[in-house]
Design a protein around this ligand. Structure first.
Ligand SMILES: *Cc1c(COP(=O)(O)O)cnc(C)c1O
Length: 204
Protein backbone atom coordinates (compact mmCIF):
# COMPACT_ATOMS: atom_id res chain seq x y z
CA UNK A 1 0.00 0.00 0.00
CA UNK A 2 0.98 3.58 -0.62
CA UNK A 3 2.50 5.35 2.36
CA UNK A 4 0.56 8.35 3.62
CA UNK A 5 2.34 10.84 5.84
CA UNK A 6 0.56 12.89 8.46
CA UNK A 7 1.38 16.55 8.93
CA UNK A 8 -0.18 17.76 12.16
CA UNK A 9 -1.40 21.33 11.74
CA UNK A 10 -0.58 23.05 15.01
CA UNK A 11 -1.78 26.56 14.22
CA UNK A 12 -3.44 28.21 17.22
CA UNK A 13 -2.51 25.29 19.51
CA UNK A 14 -0.66 25.80 22.76
CA UNK A 15 2.82 24.44 23.37
CA UNK A 16 1.34 21.93 25.80
CA UNK A 17 -1.14 20.62 23.23
CA UNK A 18 1.63 20.30 20.67
CA UNK A 19 3.92 18.56 23.16
CA UNK A 20 1.27 15.94 23.86
CA UNK A 21 1.28 14.99 20.19
CA UNK A 22 5.06 15.23 20.08
CA UNK A 23 5.40 12.81 22.97
CA UNK A 24 3.36 10.29 21.02
CA UNK A 25 6.09 10.38 18.42
CA UNK A 26 4.85 12.94 15.92
CA UNK A 27 7.64 15.11 14.46
CA UNK A 28 6.02 16.69 11.42
CA UNK A 29 4.07 19.86 12.18
CA UNK A 30 2.64 22.67 10.08
CA UNK A 31 1.92 26.32 10.72
CA UNK A 32 0.26 28.84 8.48
CA UNK A 33 1.81 32.05 9.79
CA UNK A 34 5.49 32.91 9.83
CA UNK A 35 5.28 34.88 13.06
CA UNK A 36 3.72 32.00 15.00
CA UNK A 37 6.08 29.52 13.42
CA UNK A 38 9.15 31.46 14.53
CA UNK A 39 7.95 31.70 18.11
CA UNK A 40 6.99 28.03 18.34
CA UNK A 41 10.18 26.86 16.72
CA UNK A 42 12.21 28.60 19.41
CA UNK A 43 10.19 27.18 22.27
CA UNK A 44 9.63 23.60 21.07
CA UNK A 45 12.06 20.70 20.52
CA UNK A 46 14.66 21.12 17.80
CA UNK A 47 13.88 17.81 16.10
CA UNK A 48 10.45 18.98 14.98
CA UNK A 49 10.23 19.31 11.21
CA UNK A 50 8.20 22.39 10.35
CA UNK A 51 6.21 22.93 7.19
CA UNK A 52 4.78 26.27 6.20
CA UNK A 53 1.27 25.74 4.81
CA UNK A 54 -0.13 29.29 4.62
CA UNK A 55 0.30 32.36 2.47
CA UNK A 56 3.89 33.50 2.53
CA UNK A 57 4.88 37.07 1.87
CA UNK A 58 8.09 37.47 -0.04
CA UNK A 59 9.67 39.70 2.58
CA UNK A 60 9.29 36.98 5.21
CA UNK A 61 11.00 34.16 3.36
CA UNK A 62 14.36 35.12 4.84
CA UNK A 63 13.19 34.38 8.38
CA UNK A 64 12.26 30.77 7.70
CA UNK A 65 14.78 29.88 4.97
CA UNK A 66 17.49 28.68 7.38
CA UNK A 67 15.39 25.95 9.01
CA UNK A 68 12.08 25.25 7.26
CA UNK A 69 11.62 21.61 6.20
CA UNK A 70 9.15 22.38 3.48
CA UNK A 71 7.15 25.28 2.10
CA UNK A 72 3.86 23.86 0.85
CA UNK A 73 2.36 27.13 -0.25
CA UNK A 74 4.38 28.40 -3.21
CA UNK A 75 1.68 30.19 -5.16
CA UNK A 76 3.43 32.59 -7.49
CA UNK A 77 6.66 32.99 -9.44
CA UNK A 78 8.18 35.94 -7.53
CA UNK A 79 7.77 33.96 -4.29
CA UNK A 80 9.38 30.90 -5.87
CA UNK A 81 12.33 33.02 -6.99
CA UNK A 82 12.71 34.63 -3.57
CA UNK A 83 12.77 31.23 -1.87
CA UNK A 84 15.54 30.26 -4.27
CA UNK A 85 17.50 33.42 -3.41
CA UNK A 86 17.22 32.96 0.33
CA UNK A 87 18.02 29.26 0.07
CA UNK A 88 21.23 30.02 -1.79
CA UNK A 89 22.13 32.59 0.85
CA UNK A 90 21.83 30.03 3.60
CA UNK A 91 23.45 27.28 1.53
CA UNK A 92 20.32 25.19 1.39
CA UNK A 93 18.00 23.63 -1.12
CA UNK A 94 14.48 24.14 0.22
CA UNK A 95 11.86 21.47 -0.51
CA UNK A 96 8.66 23.11 -1.76
CA UNK A 97 5.23 22.24 -3.06
CA UNK A 98 3.41 24.27 -5.67
CA UNK A 99 -0.02 25.19 -4.37
CA UNK A 100 -2.70 24.82 -7.01
CA UNK A 101 -6.14 26.37 -6.79
CA UNK A 102 -8.76 23.67 -7.18
CA UNK A 103 -11.53 25.11 -5.00
CA UNK A 104 -14.32 27.25 -6.30
CA UNK A 105 -13.97 30.04 -3.77
CA UNK A 106 -12.29 33.16 -5.02
CA UNK A 107 -10.52 33.50 -1.72
CA UNK A 108 -8.50 30.29 -2.01
CA UNK A 109 -4.82 30.70 -2.77
CA UNK A 110 -2.78 28.93 -5.36
CA UNK A 111 -1.69 28.92 -8.96
CA UNK A 112 -4.43 28.75 -11.50
CA UNK A 113 -3.71 25.44 -13.29
CA UNK A 114 -3.53 27.01 -16.77
CA UNK A 115 -1.22 29.73 -15.55
CA UNK A 116 0.98 27.20 -13.84
CA UNK A 117 1.40 25.19 -17.04
CA UNK A 118 2.36 28.36 -18.88
CA UNK A 119 4.95 29.29 -16.25
CA UNK A 120 6.36 25.80 -16.23
CA UNK A 121 6.63 25.82 -20.01
CA UNK A 122 8.36 29.22 -19.94
CA UNK A 123 11.06 27.58 -17.88
CA UNK A 124 12.38 30.59 -15.95
CA UNK A 125 12.17 28.48 -12.80
CA UNK A 126 14.78 26.06 -14.09
CA UNK A 127 17.53 28.40 -12.88
CA UNK A 128 16.15 28.49 -9.36
CA UNK A 129 18.12 25.60 -7.97
CA UNK A 130 17.69 26.70 -4.37
CA UNK A 131 14.21 25.23 -4.60
CA UNK A 132 13.49 21.54 -4.94
CA UNK A 133 9.94 21.13 -6.20
CA UNK A 134 8.64 18.01 -4.48
CA UNK A 135 5.01 18.03 -5.63
CA UNK A 136 1.68 19.81 -5.35
CA UNK A 137 -0.60 21.01 -2.57
CA UNK A 138 -4.26 21.91 -2.76
CA UNK A 139 -7.38 22.55 -0.68
CA UNK A 140 -10.88 21.50 -1.61
CA UNK A 141 -13.86 23.85 -1.50
CA UNK A 142 -15.58 24.66 1.73
CA UNK A 143 -18.72 22.71 1.04
CA UNK A 144 -20.50 19.75 2.60
CA UNK A 145 -20.70 18.22 -0.88
CA UNK A 146 -18.38 15.22 -0.81
CA UNK A 147 -18.74 14.65 -4.54
CA UNK A 148 -17.37 18.13 -5.05
CA UNK A 149 -14.32 17.33 -2.90
CA UNK A 150 -13.80 14.16 -4.87
CA UNK A 151 -13.89 16.00 -8.19
CA UNK A 152 -11.46 18.62 -6.94
CA UNK A 153 -9.01 16.06 -5.54
CA UNK A 154 -9.19 14.17 -8.84
CA UNK A 155 -8.38 17.34 -10.70
CA UNK A 156 -5.37 17.93 -8.49
CA UNK A 157 -4.15 14.38 -8.92
CA UNK A 158 -4.44 14.71 -12.70
CA UNK A 159 -2.46 17.96 -12.50
CA UNK A 160 0.13 16.24 -10.38
CA UNK A 161 0.61 13.49 -12.93
CA UNK A 162 0.65 15.81 -15.90
CA UNK A 163 3.13 18.21 -14.31
CA UNK A 164 5.33 15.35 -13.16
CA UNK A 165 5.39 13.74 -16.59
CA UNK A 166 6.06 16.99 -18.40
CA UNK A 167 8.48 18.80 -16.11
CA UNK A 168 9.72 16.82 -13.13
CA UNK A 169 10.66 13.32 -14.17
CA UNK A 170 13.06 12.92 -11.24
CA UNK A 171 12.09 10.82 -8.22
CA UNK A 172 11.95 13.81 -5.89
CA UNK A 173 8.66 15.06 -7.39
CA UNK A 174 6.49 12.63 -5.45
CA UNK A 175 4.32 14.48 -2.93
CA UNK A 176 0.61 15.13 -3.33
CA UNK A 177 -0.55 17.10 -0.28
CA UNK A 178 -4.31 17.18 -0.02
CA UNK A 179 -6.87 16.52 2.67
CA UNK A 180 -7.66 18.12 6.04
CA UNK A 181 -9.72 17.00 9.05
CA UNK A 182 -13.01 16.93 7.17
CA UNK A 183 -11.86 15.40 3.93
CA UNK A 184 -8.62 13.49 4.43
CA UNK A 185 -10.20 10.09 3.93
CA UNK A 186 -11.50 11.07 0.52
CA UNK A 187 -8.19 12.75 -0.29
CA UNK A 188 -6.31 9.53 0.46
CA UNK A 189 -8.71 7.56 -1.72
CA UNK A 190 -7.99 10.03 -4.47
CA UNK A 191 -4.22 9.69 -4.21
CA UNK A 192 -2.92 11.98 -1.45
CA UNK A 193 0.29 10.83 0.21
CA UNK A 194 0.55 13.76 2.62
CA UNK A 195 -2.45 14.94 4.64
CA UNK A 196 -2.59 18.10 6.75
CA UNK A 197 -4.76 17.49 9.78
CA UNK A 198 -5.40 19.89 12.65
CA UNK A 199 -8.71 19.83 14.50
CA UNK A 200 -9.28 16.07 14.16
CA UNK A 201 -5.96 15.42 15.94
CA UNK A 202 -6.39 17.93 18.73
CA UNK A 203 -10.05 17.22 19.35
CA UNK A 204 -9.37 13.63 20.33
C1 LIG B 1 -5.76 24.86 8.98
C2 LIG B 1 -5.27 24.16 7.80
C3 LIG B 1 -5.32 22.75 7.72
C4 LIG B 1 -5.93 21.89 8.80
O1 LIG B 1 -7.26 22.14 8.97
P1 LIG B 1 -8.17 21.23 9.95
O2 LIG B 1 -9.53 21.37 9.41
O3 LIG B 1 -7.99 21.78 11.32
O4 LIG B 1 -7.66 19.83 9.83
C5 LIG B 1 -4.81 22.16 6.56
N1 LIG B 1 -4.27 22.87 5.57
C6 LIG B 1 -4.19 24.21 5.60
C7 LIG B 1 -3.59 24.93 4.46
C8 LIG B 1 -4.68 24.90 6.71
O5 LIG B 1 -4.61 26.23 6.74
Amino acid sequence: MRNVELLVVSKMRSDEEIMQVYREGQRLFGENRVQDLLLKKDRLPADIQWHLIGTLQRNKVKYIAPFISMIQSVDDLPLWQEIHRQAVKTNRVIPCLLQVKIAREESKEGFDPHELHRYLADGLWRQWNGVSVRGLMGMASLTPDQEQWKREFRTLRAEFESIRDNYFQGPEFNILSMGMSADYKIAIEEGANLVRVGSAVFAS
